[in-house]
Design a binder for this molecule. Structure first.
Ligand code: HPA
Length: 272
């Protein structure tokens, strides 16, 4: 079925469960789902119930949409996302963002767990994403363009909205939370990087490496949404001193940074 029709179907289904205007959407990265416990008057919708949504396959990714109140705003939180490495095509990976826009939401906070390539970072740091280098090897806008949604050749001169970045930095300062800023560089995964790959990614200008976010950011920009990106640095991805890494360590470190992450996101949502 045509993308526009599938968007309409998913939108109608969600509106059937929650019809109030939603102010902001948040996509939660690995190990960062805890904020959903703070969402009040919440309505939970399983991805598997939403037309057009596949089921999430990764451990630590819940696969639910939670809509409710956070600091006086109405938020839609995606607890779990679809990754390219799971075998989904790019249209499926980014379908939730299409639906979020169809619901009339203009602001989206996209988060992830990432490896720190900048030697000034440390595990547990939060990084406000300033820009990205797409090393996934695919782009969600390849294929026919839907002019109704956005242009054939979208501008990416400022993919991470300046006003939202300022709000994020001000919020961090108000809360006394140290944040880093930098360039997020995703690869396809699911393998973590070799030291030689990390050397290259650092050399080309990456501060953090991950396996997500950029497809969603591209599609959100295609539809002229305002995007804020936040990485939680869960491990140091340093070519010269690379320790073996597994997903449980990523989730554990993200969990440890969760309280800080939750305070920051709440403050941002209030100020948006
Ligand atoms: N590399 C890629 N993806 C990641 C990493 C990493 O070191 N940490 C968390 N996600």
């Amino acid at each position: 079925m045509d993308l526009l029709k599938r968007m309409e179907e998913a939108k109608a289904f969600i509106l059937g469960k929650y019809s109030e205007k939603i102010d902001v959407a948040i996509i939660l990265g690995s190990g960062l789902g805890g904020i959903v416990n703070d969402i009040e008057e919440q309505k939970t919708i399983k991805y598997s119930d939403i037309p057009g949504f596949p089921e999430s396959t990764v451990k630590g990714h819940a696969g639910e949409m939670i809509i409710g109140k956070l600091r006086g705003k109405t938020v839609l939180a995606m607890n779990g996302r679809f990754h390219y490495y799971e075998g989904y095509d790019m249209e499926t990976v980014t379908f939730p963002v299409r639906v979020i826009k169809a619901l009339g939401i203009k602001d989206i906070i996209i988060t992830n767990a990432a490896g720190g390539m900048n030697p000034n970072f440390e595990p547990g740091d939060l990084m406000i994403i300033t820009d990205h280098i797409n090393m996934i090897g695919n782009n969600p806008l390849i294929g026919g363009n839907f002019e109704e949604l956005g242009p054939r050749f979208p501008d990416m001169s400022c993919a991470y909205n300046k006003e939202l970045r300022k709000i994020a930095l001000d919020s961090a300062q108000d809360l006394g939370i140290k944040v880093q800023q930098g360039v997020y560089c995703p690869v396809s995964g699911p393998t973590y990087e070799t030291p030689a790959e990390l050397n290259m990614l650092r050399l080309i200008g990456g501060d953090a490496v991950g396996m997500s976010t950029v497809p969603e950011v591209i599609v959100a920009n295609h539809m002229s949404m305002r995007v804020l990106g936040i990485s939680c640095i869960t491990d140091m991805a340093l070519a010269d001193n690379l320790e073996p890494l597994d997903h449980s360590r990523v989730v554990e470190t993200a969990n440890r940074a969760m309280a800080k992450f939750i305070s920051l996101v709440k403050e941002i949502v209030e100020k948006i």
